[in-house]
Ligand binder design. Sequence first.
Ligand code: HAM
Length: 382
Amino acid sequence: MVVIQAIRGTRDILPGEVGYWQFVEQTAREILGRAACLEIRTPIFEPTELFERGIGEATDVVGKEMYSFMDKGDRSLTLRPEGTAGVVRSYIGNKLHGVGGLQRLWYVGPMFRYERPQAGRQRQFHQLGLEMLGTAAVRADAEAIALAMDILAAVGLVDIRLEVNSLGTKEDRVSYRAALVDYLTPYKEELDPDSQDRLTRNPLRILDSKVERTQEILQAAPLLGTSLSVESQQRFDRVLSLLTDLGIQYEINPKLVRGLDYYSHTAFEFQSVRFGAVGGGGRYDGLVQELGGPETPAIGWAIGLERLIGLLQELRSAPGSAMDVYIVSRGEKAEAQALGIAQKLRSTGLKVEMDLSGSAFNKQFGRADRSGARVCVILGGE
Ligand code: HAM
């Protein structure tokens, strides 16, 4: 019989690893809960159009990586490649703006991108994300970043580098885009094929290229910072000074542009040596309106949990849930009693594992040892 394999780019999170996941989720839930953030759970699939309009057709995510399909009603649906677009759709559709004030919404769950699987890159992966909708305050940018840094530090990841940049306004980017295209066009033939393609479709993304020759050419390219309006630059300076006040270290990366089209002003990434970006985010002041809602400035981020947990596994063993009590029993009467005792102890809040094997005592003792329980209850006929 042919054994059915898991789909390429997907993984099972097995019991030996799940302790990390529960620990990270619990830590995030506590930190975000203390900051007035509320959890939101949106569907795994959405109309394809949501991502096309939200993330942008010229992005890799929409252009190459979406899991899209027609359902039986002939609608084009897509497994969500990220969380922001769905949260914004929900915010608009459920009139959460009508509730008034700022909404701080967080989520955790699987996302899907058809990428080439490699270390830290899967086709089904998980994000923990925060979206703060309804505020243009500079303080919101600093608060959002600080909360992510708090979560990373609380789980034990202290050597994560924060990179920040400002993408300015749409107008700032239009003038930058023109300057960049002017600069790169004479080098067109020397650029890698992806970058050549982006020159007309999405030139800012060329800055992200990992190809050496392209990076050489970019060395003398104009920087986005030089196209920022005075207001945009001042705004960015205020964000940076708030980060400094909070004691958060950052590096300005003038080439940080992010892979999704909805960003404006502050953009940032949490960088690790092993996987590159563990997370990223930024301000997206135009997205709510773009998707049919009222004018609503917003900022958010998402952290990739496979990457975060991959780093954590190098630092510590799996946060466990060892048993308190292990019950060993042998013989009909003792075995019957064991069940009642196990239930009674569990009802007091203890974690109790009962050996069901009926095998020789020494074998059961071996398992009791390995369970990590502090106490072993032994029931026998004599
Ligand atoms: P993103 O940078 O596309 O941003 O993804 C955030 C994080 O998700 C990445 O830094 C990475 O850790 C993880 N990630 C992305 N793709 C994969 C993959 N194929 N396998 C494993 N991990 C992956 C967003 O998704 C934005 N929605 C973030 C945001 C929220 N911006 C504003 N609000």
